[in-house]
Design a protein. Structure first.
Length: 557
């Protein structure tokens, strides 16, 4: 009893549940879902006018899996997909799982050098790609790399769409190329594939150096998708609107696999995020759940046509991907009818979710924490020496369990830096844990600002500034300062039609937050540099601020 009380004082917790972990592959689970919900709607892709039942989806996945085998691809081979959200992406996700191929998610924002690096790193034998996206001509980029001999392992390039491109195959032709031999091979593979096999490689966007290929198994992502959707109380009646990218865990795991494991419907509003298309999809498809990062929810709430849409069908959803402003969370609950909305926290390397709020947590818990640990996962918060800190103290968030990746592809050194000898994944995020096990993410280790010896967490200042009536969005960073080492800088995006001065913002802070937390520099901006998944790139903001203000980067005593 004494030991139990002592343990409760440190920042450690583990999740329990009556549901056991799923001990099977994605392919076998997919087949069972298809059989169980054959006539129910599985996938709605509004920009492609596609509406498939589970039975139809199952047939098309089987065709594509057989077609991929007809190309000579074998279990364990890597196949890339470079495309925005569409039905072909989802077919590829499930078909590769059935064929035992490792799906390599290529960021749609990648350009030539990044594509070359990713495909070379994992030695992709095949690449499925969209013709283009925005200003990127995918066909041209891939053709140039192949002609230049930059991708020696690449044997097949498969393009989407009906047009023909020299030396490339067409997706629909591949999907129709499998015969009886390939279908027999698929049936045989079903008994050979193991749930611990690698099935997916996702490149993490490093702020320095090359991105790393987080390697995930059937077990990692199938279970995480299941338990995230369990947390949302999904049933076959639920219809999930997925405006987040499929290439990222948020879309393909929390979205697609969450729906797969519960027989729910996947709804894609557009090929990339569009606030109006998302609102239309929710209203017209009667979606019960909606996913997004905070910037997506802000864009919808502030859309001039927002009031026209009936969002009463919405019940739940997830806001994740970056710290969720409390004021935004409150608006999502009240104005979008998402009374059971939850916050989830995680990272690609952990499949991705480690903690999540419950749909019936008190509102205050859901707007101020990232919830409690998911079932079958352990979490702890440690100091710089790796020792668990007391409850309430700040430290680095670590997680261990079924969700931790197999490692970074072909990179033992980076894997060893991230996962310690005891199996704990070190996230690089600063967090606190309260007496009930609720976790609050207070910032990134590398984002923490040390001003004159004081540790300053940007998240705290951001949350305060969100209360200002003229501020729509705000991001706080540290910039070099010869006297204090670092100073506080706030990038502020104002509400449409509102105005404010730097002096007014500082006046708003005086007497409300400590003097050393009041931003010395205030930049009013129209947008923030961010990744395609909506994550703010604070290192880019820092570099731009240093350059604009002519700050010296070396610190002096």
């Amino acid at each position: 009893m004494i030991k139990a009380q002592a343990a409760a004082k440190i920042s450690y917790d583990h999740g329990v549940a009556t549901n056991k972990l799923i001990g099977e592959t994605i392919g076998s689970f997919f087949d069972r879902t298809v059989e169980t919900y054959r006539e129910r709607e599985a996938l709605v892709v509004r920009h492609q006018s596609i509406r498939w039942s589970w039975g139809e989806l199952g047939r098309r996945v089987e065709d594509l899996a057989a077609g991929l085998l007809s190309l000579g691809l074998e279990r364990g081979d890597r196949i890339g997909i470079w495309s925005p959200n569409n039905a072909e992406w989802t077919l590829t996700q499930f078909a590769t799982a059935k064929a035992g191929l490792v799906l390599v998610n290529v960021n749609p924002a990648y350009r030539r050098a990044e594509l070359e690096y990713a495909l070379k790193k994992v030695e992709c034998k095949a690449l499925i790609l969209a013709p283009a996206l925005k200003t990127s001509n995918y066909l041209e980029i891939a053709s140039e790399l192949v002609k230049a001999g930059k991708l020696p392992h690449l044997q097949h390039v498969i393009r989407l769409g009906a047009e023909k491109t020299p030396s490339m195959l067409n997706f629909d032709d591949v999907a129709g190329a499998g015969g009886n031999a390939e279908r027999m091979r698929l049936a045989e593979l079903a008994g050979l594939l193991q749930f611990d096999d690698a099935i997916n490689i996702q490149f993490t966007s490093g702020t320095t150096g090359h991105p790393k290929g987080a390697t995930l198994s059937h077990h990692n992502i199938l279970n995480n998708g299941f338990f995230v959707a369990e947390g949302l109380k999904f049933t076959p009646e639920d219809r999930l609107c997925i405006p987040v990218p499929l290439y990222h865990c948020f879309g393909m795991v929390m979205g697609n696999l969450g729906c797969l494991t519960h027989g729910s419907t996947m709804v894609y509003p557009a090929e990339t995020f569009d606030p109006l298309a998302t609102l239309q999809a929710v209203a017209e498809e009667r979606c019960t759940a909606l996913y997004g990062v905070p910037t997506m929810f802000i864009a919808q709430l502030d859309h001039p046509e927002f009031a026209k849409f009936d969002l009463k069908s919405l019940r739940t959803g997830i806001m994740a991907g970056s710290p969720c402003p409390i004021e935004v969370m409150k608006k999502v609950q009240s104005r979008m009818n998402m009374h059971e909305v939850t916050i989830a926290y995680g990272m690609t390397e952990t499949s991705p979710v480690s903690t999540q709020c419950a749909t019936d947590d008190p509102v205050e818990r859901r707007v101020s924490t990232v919830g409690q640990v998911l079932p079958h996962i352990e979490i702890k918060i440690v100091d710089a020496e790796g020792k668990a800190v007391p409850r309430g103290a700040t430290g680095e968030f670590c997680t261990r369990g079924y969700s931790v990746m197999k490692g970074y592809w072909n990179d033992q050194d980076k894997t060893a830096e991230a996962i310690d000898e005891a199996g704990w994944m070190h996230t690089g995020d600063l967090a606190t844990m309260d007496d009930d096990g609720y976790v609050n993410i207070v910032g990134r280790l590398k984002d923490m600002v040390i001003r004159g010896g004081e540790n300053v967490y940007p998240r705290e200042i951001e949350e305060f500034l969100y209360r200002h009536p003229a501020i729509q969005d705000v991001q706080v960073i540290g910039v070099p300062d010869p006297r204090y080492g670092e100073e506080i800088c706030a990038w502020i995006k104002l509400q449409d039609g509102k105005s404010a001065t730097a002096e007014e913002i500082r006046e708003f802070c005086k007497g409300q937050i400590a003097h050393y937390k009041i931003p010395r520099y205030i930049e009013f901006v129209g947008e923030f540099p961010m990744t395609i998944t909506g994550k703010i790139q604070k290192f880019v903001m820092r570099d731009q601020t240093i350059q604009k203000l002519g700050l010296k980067t070396e610190k002096t005593a």
